[in-house]
Design a protein around this ligand. Sequence first.
Ligand code: SF4
Length: 436
Amino acid sequence: MFEKRLLLPHQYYYPHMTFFGDRSTQEKEEDFLSAMNGIEQNRKATIYIHVPFCNSKCAFCGFDKEYDLDEMEAYVDKLCSEIDYYSAILREKYLIQSVHFGGGTPALLPAELLQRILDRIKSSFNIDENTAIDMEGSATTLYRDDIIRFITDNKLTRVSFGVQSFDEGVRRELTMKATLDELLYTIKILHENNIIMYGDILYGYPEFFPGKMLDILKSDIKTAIELELDGVELGQMYPYKNALERIVRERGLALPADSEIITMIKYATESLLSAGYSQSTYSGFTKQGKIILETSYYGGIEKMPDCIAFGSGAFGNIAGYKYRNASYSVYMSQPTPCYGQLKALSSEQIGNMQIVGFPKVLVLDKSLLEASSVKARFADKFARLIEEGYVSETDKLYRLTEKGSYYIDNIYWYLLEEEEKEIISKELTIFISERQ
Ligand code: SF4
């Protein structure tokens, strides 16, 4: 059924916002504001705070970043005014389930600026002691004394950082700023302070070292287990819209074949499961059995909470609207709120979100499919996925099989409407392996 594996860009989450068609306009913003004012109380939401500052130039990174660290204080001022704006409308309406600082590298901010943001969030929204608070950082920031104090004083649920690889050769090729020594030191300091830490590990690099790439992944997984990371987030490297694309082209490097990628996923999954980790999402393995909190995971078991997103380039999802804030320079120079794109979702799209995103969370509650306005179309597709061995079913759930877990993005793609496929084919680069 799926002849070649697909890899969608990490930034793609259904539904896509088109560059021109979904630009924000004053009229759309007025409609969005009135939809927010009309929300009934006691809804659930997550909060995402984007901090774009970064001090590394990792070759694989396609995120919006900002290197002028002198602007950090002004950025936090801007964030606080955005928090005030949404709080005035939404404070009484939402119970906040989680707060996530993402980036960039949020831990680059001095602790007092992080504290300012967190205090403002806490005093502006319904947050209690059960609200999970987590933060991304890096091996050049998380060991700092002020950051450790910020994490422990505020009882952050966890921190995460990009390990990518423990192999020094690969780290050099990926032009990561943090050295291996810094990475190991950071892990040691986090352990000493009893801080829960998740590390990102990449696989599927171009063949920097031909014939050795599987061994490098094996060694990375073994090291992550030995160093007792509390969670591991596995990600396949995406070789477009980043410096890696140029490196691959100029050096004529081969990208791994599907069979090699499948061997890597299988090896990593089996090793982590047998070391006592449980699989929380298609890519997330945790020792604590906690779901990895990602505002961008759609679908699955329960109704997706809204996401109130703050900061340049941040994606939010409130009251049936999906928005993306303007990129850094526009965000900093224009009045708040400052949207780049804004899209009113149809009720069909809202229902579909739960379903097309299900491969990322491994299971789908059948009642969500029942509630879909196009359940007949999905029912046929699920019947085919079951017949081909990508999905299994129980009375209440659809569940991805092991075979399905190697074809996450193919399944995601298969469940999209034809119109959505056409749009994203035009606007996004979809990686299809050339080697088999
Ligand atoms: S540290 Fe993170 S945000 Fe910065 S370049 Fe590397 S991957 Fe991108």
